[in-house]
Ligand binder design. Structure first.
Ligand code: GLU
Length: 306
C-alpha cells in the first residue's frame, strides 16, 4: 500500500487554507487506497504549544491520520546519515557565503534566477581553510543538472531549477529540502500533496531523492488560500482559525463542511466527500477567503454570537 502525508510546520495555529490542504492530502491518499501520515516539521521556527494545537485542530475537523506520527526533531541522526552518504559520493561542498554574498552574486546578469551562483563550488583547499576562519560552512549539493522535471497531478509535467541547494545549514541543522526527502523516502511516501507555493521545490527534492536511491513520489500541488487582496492568507486576516471561528459559535463540523464545499464536494461528511472525490474536478484557482462572510454563511442569523 502506498502512503501520503500532511506535513505542517508547528509555527502557530492552522488557518482555513492549511486545513483545506490537510483535507486534500487526506482525500488524495484515501481515494487511492493509501495511508495518510502526519509529519510535524519541527526542525526550526517552532512555537511552543503549536504542535498540540495543530493536532487538536485537525481532530476537530474530523481528520484521522495513520500511525506513526513523525516528528522531524526526533530524527536528526537519520538526516546526518543521509548527509554522510552524499559526502561519501563526493556530492557535497562547503559553502561560506552569507545571504548578502549570494544575493549580490545572484544579481549578476549571467546568473540563473533563484539559483545559487556557484561561489564556493570550486574553492581550493587553501581558500576553504581561509574562509573557514571567518564563519562555519553550510553544506550544499553539487548538482549535476540545472533543471529537473516532475509529474504533478494538477500541473502536469513541471520543469524547474535545480541548483546547488543547501542540505546542512551552517548551524549544523538539516535543511528543509533534505529532511523532506529523507522522511518521504523512509516512510514509503509515494504521494506528496501540499500547497502550490512548494511546486518550485519539487524538482530539487525529486532530484535529491534520486541521488539518495529513493523513488520519486507523485506530486499534487494544490491551490493556496488568499485573502481578498490576493495575498497569501494569514492569521491577521480575521476569523480564519478554528479558535477565532469557535469564539463566534462556529464548530469544527461546520468548518469542515465549508472547506469541503469550497472544493466542490459534499459537505455532509468526509466519507461522502471521499466517495465523490475526483482530482480532475478540483478548483484550479487560488481559494479567496473573506472572513467577514464566513460567519454569515455558516450561522443562521438567530444563533449568531458576535
Ligand atoms: N512544512 C511545510 C509547510 O508547512 C510543508 C512541507 C511539505 O509538505 O513538503 O509549508
Amino acid at each position: 500500500m502506498g502512503v501520503g502525508r500532511f506535513a505542517p510546520s508547528p509555527t502557530g495555529q492552522l488557518h482555513l487554507g492549511n486545513l483545506r490542504t490537510a483535507i486534500l492530502a487526506w482525500l488524495f491518499a484515501k481515494s487511492t487506497d493509501r495511508q495518510c501520515l502526519l509529519r510535524v516539521e519541527d526542525l526550526d521556527r517552532v512555537r511552543s504549544g503549536a504542535e498540540e494545537q495543530q493536532l487538536s485542530e485537525l481532530a476537530a475537523i474530523g481528520l484521522e491520520f495513520d500511525s506513526p506520527l513523525v516528528r522531524q526533531s526526533e530524527r536528526l541522526p537519520v538526516y546526518l546519515d543521509a548527509i554522510q552518504s552524499l559526502r561519501d559520493k563526493d556530492l557535497l561542498f562547503e559553502c561560506f557565503c552569507t545571504r548578502k554574498d549570494i544575493s549580490e552574486a545572484a544579481s549578476a546578469p549571467h546568473a540563473a534566477p533563484g539559483a545559487y551562483p556557484g561561489t564556493c563550488r570550486n574553492l581550493s583547499p587553501e581558500e576553504r581553510a581561509e574562509k573557514a576562519k571567518e564563519r562555519p560552512a553550510a553544506l550544499r549539493l553539487r548538482a549535476a543538472v540545472a533543471q529537473f522535471t516532475v509529474h504533478d497531478v494538477i500541473f502536469g509535467q513541471y520543469t524547474g531549477v535545480v541548483d546547488d541547494f543547501v542540505l546542512l545549514r551552517n548551524d549544523g541543522s538539516p535543511a528543509y529540502n533534505l529532511a523532506v526527502v529523507v522522511d518521504d523516502g523512509a516512510y514509503g511516501i509515494d504521494q506528496v500533496v501540499r500547497g502550490d507555493d512548494l511546486l518550485s521545490s519539487a524538482p530539487r527534492q525529486a532530484y535529491l531523492a534520486q541521488l539518495l536511491g529513493m523513488p520519486i513520489p507523485t506530486y499534487a500541488h494544490v491551490p493556496l488560500a488568499l485573502n481578498s487582496q490576493g495575498q497569501r492568507l494569514a492569521k491577521r486576516d480575521g476569523a480564519v482559525t478554528l479558535e477565532d471561528l469557535s469564539e463566534k459559535g462556529v464548530n469544527g463540523a461546520q468548518i469542515r463542511a465549508y472547506l469541503l464545499e469550497s472544493l466542490g464536494l459534499p459537505g455532509t461528511s468526509l466519507q461522502a466527500a471521499l466517495d465523490s472525490f475526483n482530482p480532475d474536478d478540483l478548483p484550479r484557482e487560488p481559494w479567496v477567503v473573506e472572513p467577514e462572510f464566513i460567519v454569515d454563511q455558516l450561522m443562521p442569523p438567530a444563533s449568531r454570537n458576535r
